[in-house]
Design a protein around this ligand. Structure first.
Ligand code: HEC
Length: 99
């Protein structure tokens, strides 16, 4: 019986991150960057990592992409899909990830 309780507890704990991902839109937005920049901003060699970068610098780059001030092959399109506030939240999210 005791063993069952452990399994149940582990199951419940395992569900918590899932539940959070559903209510936190920033994680959903950030997941859209993962294809190219790596999960939680941990990029493969050769791709820009986002994790642990300076929040304001990242936001400035994203706003520059969006405004067409920074040359881009892809990011000018991608950033147009987000409001400035959403880009701010995404920058803060990646800045808070461990390198
Ligand atoms: C389809 C692939 C792709 C996706 C998805 C993508 N990026 Fe990018 N990202 C790039 C490429 C390629 C560059 C280099 C600039 C360019 O050519 O557009 C780049 C550059 C950047 C840079 C500038 C890095 C630097 O230091 O110069 C930032 C910041 C960035 N991306 C953030 C994001 C964020 C945030 C998201 C999600 C909202 C995202 N990217 C989604 C491909 C992608």
């Amino acid at each position: 019986m005791k063993a069952y309780r452990h399994i149940l507890a582990a199951g419940l704990l395992g569900m918590i991150p899932l539940a959070q991902a559903q209510v936190d839109p920033v994680k959903v937005w950030a997941a859209a960057c993962a294809n190219c920049h790596g999960t939680n901003g941990h990029a493969q060699p050769g791709m820009e990592a986002l994790a642990g970068k300076d929040k304001d610098e990242m936001l400035q780059k994203l706003l520059d992409f969006k405004a067409g001030r920074k040359p881009a092959t892809l990011m000018h399109q991608i950033t147009k899909g987000y409001t400035d506030d959403e880009l701010r939240a995404i920058s803060a999210y990646f800045a808070a990830q461990k390198k």
